[in-house]
Design a protein. Structure first.
Length: 99
């Protein structure tokens, strides 16, 4: 299962965010045995950028704990001070082929 977390950040706060998220994700990847990615939309809109954190490969039985750990880490990193609005979580799983 994969967790996608997206949110908006003012242009003025983007540099600070880009400094914090990679270190946070590296610690989460190590502690939770998942792959991570950090992405942003290429264009700004109304002075805001949209960012996305990706956490891939969590087994279903560990997914709730991963989602909790991600939110705790974001809080500890102070991301809430940089984000405008809320962090939105989306969950996806691989499509299994029919037998």
């Amino acid at each position: 299962m994969d967790l996608y977390v997206y949110y908006r950040v003012a242009l003025a706060d983007a540099v600070a965010l880009k400094e914090k998220v990679p270190a946070m994700q590296a610690a989460l990847a190590h502690a939770n045995a998942v792959r991570t990615a950090f992405k942003q939309r290429p264009e700004a809109s109304a002075g805001m950028l949209t960012f996305m954190e990706v956490y891939s490969g969590a087994p279903p039985q560990q997914f709730a704990q991963l989602a909790h750990n991600v939110e705790q880490a974001a809080h500890a990193a102070g991301l809430g001070d940089l984000i405008q609005g809320e962090r939105h979580n989306e969950i996806f799983q691989d499509v299994l082929p029919c037998a």
